[in-house]
Design a protein. Structure first.
Length: 126
């Protein structure tokens, strides 16, 4: 199988020259998702918990559009502008993933696109 671009209107459109995800054979590489409302393209209001939930909702939508789902996540990378939000990420991530949890990295960064406080990407099996 050649690489296949994945697109869904249930997640924000790419804001640059990239795909929401690429499927290659039995692996899906989901691009970083920030907490944009897919309907408006704007950041969601409501603080870090709302932003984290929206990021995982966006990841979930792209995963499902690829023929996979979050239960098949192999690796998740979370980028935070404040690592002090690590606890909230853990709590909310546990709502979207079950054991065995995917491998994960959490990295503090100085800034994210559109002023987001969190971004996450994922690698999934199909």
């Amino acid at each position: 199988m050649t690489k296949q671009a994945i697109h869904t209107d249930a997640a924000p459109a790419a804001i640059g020259p990239y795909s929401q995800a690429i499927r290659h054979n039995d692996t899906v590489y989901v691009s970083g998702q920030i907490p944009l409302d897919p309907a408006t393209g704007e950041l969601v209001d409501g603080g870090i918990n709302t932003q984290v939930r929206q990021v995982f909702e966006n990841l979930k939508a792209v995963a499902e559009a690829s023929g996979s789902d979050l239960s098949r996540a192999l690796k998740v990378t979370v980028f935070l502008t404040d690592l002090g939000h690590f606890g909230q990420v853990n709590e909310i991530m546990a709502e979207y993933f079950a054991e065995p949890y995917p491998a994960r990295a959490a990295i503090e960064v100085s800034a994210l696109p559109k002023g987001a406080e969190v971004e996450a990407d994922a690698v999934l099996s199909v």
